[in-house]
Design a protein around this ligand. Structure first.
Ligand code: ATP
Length: 346
């Protein structure tokens, strides 16, 4: 649906060259909500603005439904752009126009008949829950209401794609949540593909299916939200995950990790929704007659699927521990021995 192929964008200011996008490849499938997260200056805005040609890539191509917008003539380009709605951090509403006229603007530009405009705007205002605000002006609305109007306007031309540029960054947590739920509703009811950029992991956690992490113009990690949250690989990704899910261990567990004893080994296992860690622990006890203790466990929830990390120790004679260790090496849950592991104990 949206495909970035080896996209590079450089800016020149004075005698300096900034590479805002550095050979970016990204694929957003139809119907997905795809989040891109990164710290300030990572290249997120440039990325999302390249999706509708607000920025033209220096090299590489962006395809929407297989079409590279940069190759279209102006008329076709206008038509293609109507298929891509966009909402902004600061809403970008026209202050001198009423709510109704703001939502109607894209339809007036396409010379839609008046009666059709009225029908569509009325429908959209009802969809975003603001039918009673049609005659108000933007300054009479709260931030959340302004964003709802921004969303209604973005949907006016029935787009297949919605781009969200830090759409909730100016809003308080409750309002953020209600706007995110509205975006989810749009995704489900209208089957609109959503590409959003944010610097808040909580936004990704609440509604995205997939996430890409950007740093210095590159995508450093991507995957399903569950896999990124439960098993981040890159230190920057880990930092984002830690920003909403504390991963620190209690002092007593850290202490235990540092003590090496011949009759004891400590393991860490990451579990998600359907993975059965109790089977793993039971089989250790039954097969090896081993003593198993859970030292610490964390559990979290992402869009209804739970995931977490369990630290357990095994106690037995060294030969039995060696056998159990071999068994664990080939176990599908891939428990990792962390006895004396300085990284985990830090
Ligand atoms: N028009 C421009 N001219 C020169 N440099 C630019 C321009 N737009 C972006 N840049 C630079 O490109 C890099 C990426 O910027 P971009 O705005 O895409 O990052 P971002 O991740 O969206 O950051 P933020 O969250 O702060 O908006 C930055 O170093 C920025 O200074």
């Amino acid at each position: 649906m949206i495909e970035f192929k080896q996209v590079t964008k450089t800016f020149h200011s004075g005698n300096q060259t900034v590479t805002a996008l550095d050979n970016v490849n990204l694929h957003v499938a139809r119907g997905e909500i795809y989040g891109v997260i990164g710290f300030s200056g990572a290249g997120k805005s440039t990325l999302i603005r390249s999706a509708n040609l607000l920025e033209r890539p220096t090299s590489g191509e962006v395809l929407i439904n297989g079409v590279n917008l940069a190759t279209l003539k102006s008329r076709e380009l206008q038509k293609a752009k109507r298929n891509i709605g966009m909402i902004f951090q600061h809403f970008n509403l026209l202050q001198s126009k009423t709510v109704f006229d703001n939502v109607a603007t894209p339809l007036k530009l396409t010379r839609t008949p008046k009666a059709d405009i009225r029908k569509r705007v009325t429908e959209l205002l009802s969809f975003v829950g603001l039918s009673d605000k049609a005659d108000n002006y933007p300054e009479q609305l709260s931030g959340g209401q302004k964003q709802r109007i921004g969303i209604a306007r973005a949907l006016a031309t029935n787009p297949e794609v919605l781009l969200c540029d830090e759409a909730t960054s100016a809003l308080d947590p409750d309002t953020t949540s209600s706007i995110l739920q509205l975006l989810k509703k749009i995704n489900i009811e209208y089957n609109i593909t959503i590409l959003m950029i944010t610097h808040e992991m909580s936004v990704i956690r609440e509604i995205c299916d997939k996430v890409a992490v950007m740093e210095k113009g590159r995508i450093i990690e991507e995957g399903s939200v569950l896999s990124i949250f439960s098993n981040p690989q890159h230190p920057t990704t880990e930092k984002f995950v830690r920003s909403i899910i504390p991963t620190g261990l209690p002092a007593r567990v850290k202490e235990a990790l540092q003590q090496k004893e011949p009759n004891r080994r400590i393991y860490e296992v990451t579990v998600t929704g359907d993975s059965s860690h109790s089977d793993l622990l039971r089989s250790l006890i039954q097969t090896f007659g081993i003593e198993v203790d859970i030292l610490h466990a964390t559990m979290n929830d992402i869009q209804g699927t739970s995931f977490g990390r369990i630290y357990f120790d095994l106690r037995a004679e060294p030969e039995i521990l060696a056998e159990a260790s071999n068994y664990l090496k080939s176990h599908p849950l891939q428990p990792k021995e962390v006895t004396g592991d300085a990284r985990v104990a830090a």
